[in-house]
Ligand binder design. Structure first.
Ligand code: GLN
Length: 445
């Protein structure tokens, strides 16, 4: 049924860089066999899932939305893929994304933009726009994306599906093509909180191959869902109601907060005073890490390689000139500059100090409340081509970036409509408090 749906709507939505229909049918058969024999069943056995093209899939192209990796077939599976394959998922395809996950609209894909299923003229958000659109359009029951500064929560918000960014270290990054290693985290898109709990459960847990993966025991996420939210304390960060947020978004989220109050939650005002420096700090730290991570694309080890010269330096230079798109080059230049001798103290070190202050803001807030609530994105889905100024694009993540800097978890859930387009509500939870935000999400639905 999902492959039929893909055949029907994919030519318009363009959520996939690759539809793996043969593999899906083969995996579905295998799932049928497992279900019939009752062996090794997981809640995900036989479930059609789409995977963002930043997650390595053995012998299956993993493009990262880039010419650089257009023909790259990883010789190994990401840790997340090992777990999903063991669970017996049916992979329907790899999803489109902004090149190397840099962007908020999926327009920076080197191949084509993905369209928002709610309005095909509009962007699905990004960078995991393909994964969000695939679920929103019924082409997969769930999907996975990556979130470095909002790339799961913002497209979830614009496409009216749940998007969960786990706590940093909850999910192994082994086999996730690196963008900014201290911020990147894989997480699910789902139609509801119950699905999101199952999709997170399947990938959470320690992995020795990722040195930053946490030893913290994994909770039973589905078990937490049956409880109501009476008496829970939910904080409204005052700094998240800034100028520039569309009034329709503010109205919808304010209404949702009233609903949470009616459901028995105690709503309290909290302050996260360093919020306003979040985007600036992120655009030093993320490009700095990206510039180091992307140094590996030299045309020698893997990926695109310019061969029309005998000169080594020219080969490397042209490989990167033709292999990377403009946004990726912008990030590499920003990051290289911020890390260069003489500038390190002024930019990178300063940004890391801001990061500590933002982390402390959250620590103090979570002494008073169980979760925080805000809009997930300042706007509803914008038109493809509407935002040409990179700085304007960066502001899409003003509400999502602080959680990545602090390493805490966050979820975006459908929170109503403004002028016919979906609005997302964001819930932020303390480190390893995924159960708490899933419980609120489930109660709210
Ligand atoms: N939009 C942000 C950026 O471009 C975040 C992207 C992401 O989370 N991968 O960096």
């Amino acid at each position: 049924a999902h492959l039929d749906r893909i055949r029907k709507v994919e030519s318009e939505v363009k959520a996939f860089t690759l539809v793996t229909d043969d593999l899906a049918l083969q995996q579905a058969k295998e799932a049928d066999r497992r279900i019939a024999s009752g062996e090794n069943l997981s809640p995900l056995t036989g479930i059609p899932i789409a995977i963002k093209d930043v997650i390595c899939t053995k012998d299956i192209t993993t493009t990262c939305g880039s010419r650089m990796l257009e023909n790259f077939k990883p010789p190994y599976d990401a840790a997340v893929m090992e777990r999903l394959n063991a669970a017996g998922i049916v992979m329907v395809g790899k999803t489109n994304m902004d090149e190397f996950a840099m962007g908020s609209s999926t327009e920076h894909s080197a191949f084509f933009p993905t369209r928002n299923p709610w309005d095909l003229e509009r962007a699905p958000g990004g960078s995991s726009g393909g994964s969000a659109a695939a679920v929103a359009a019924g082409m997969a029951m769930g999907s996975y994306g990556s979130d470095t500064g909002g790339s799961i929560r913002q497209p979830g918000s614009l496409c009216n599906v749940l998007g969960l960014k786990p706590t940093y270290g909850r999910v192994s990054r082994y086999g996730l093509v690196a963008f900014a290693s201290s911020l990147d985290q894989i997480g699910p898109f789902a139609r509801d909180a119950r699905d999101a709990a199952l999709l997170l459960q399947a990938i959470a847990g320690q992995d020795a191959r990722d040195a930053t993966s946490s030893l913290e025991p994994v909770s039973d996420y589905s078990a937490a869902l049956s409880e109501d939210i009476k008496g829970m304390r939910i904080g409204v960060p005052q700094e998240y109601w800034v100028e520039g947020t569309q009034p329709g978004v503010v109205d919808a989220v304010r209404k949702n907060i009233e609903q949470l109050r009616e459901m028995g939650a105690e709503i309290v005002d909290v302050s996260l005073p360093h919020t306003k420096y979040g985007v600036a700090a992120y655009y030093i730290i993320a490009p700095a890490e990206a510039s180091a991570n992307l140094a590996r694309y030299d045309g020698v080890k893997y990926g695109y390689s310019y061969r029309d010269t005998d000169d080594m330096w020219e080969a490397m230079e042209k490989t990167r000139q033709y292999g990377f798109g403009p946004e990726v080059k912008r990030r590499i230049m920003l990051g290289t500059y911020a890390l260069s001798a003489g500038y390190y103290d002024a930019y990178y070190k300063q940004a890391e100090k801001v990061r500590s202050l933002i982390t402390r803001d959250f620590e103090q807030a979570f002494e008073q409340v169980d979760a925080l609530v805000s809009p997930a994105s300042p706007t509803v889905a914008f038109k493809i081509g509407e935002i040409s100024d990179p700085y304007q694009m960066y502001l899409n993540d003003v509400f999502t970036i602080p959680a990545n800097l602090a390493g805490i978890c966050g979820i975006s859930i459908p929170g109503g409509f403004s002028e016919g387009l979906p609005v997302g509500m964001q819930l932020l939870g303390n480190a390893f408090a995924e159960s708490t935000i899933l419980r609120i999400a489930d109660a709210f639905e």
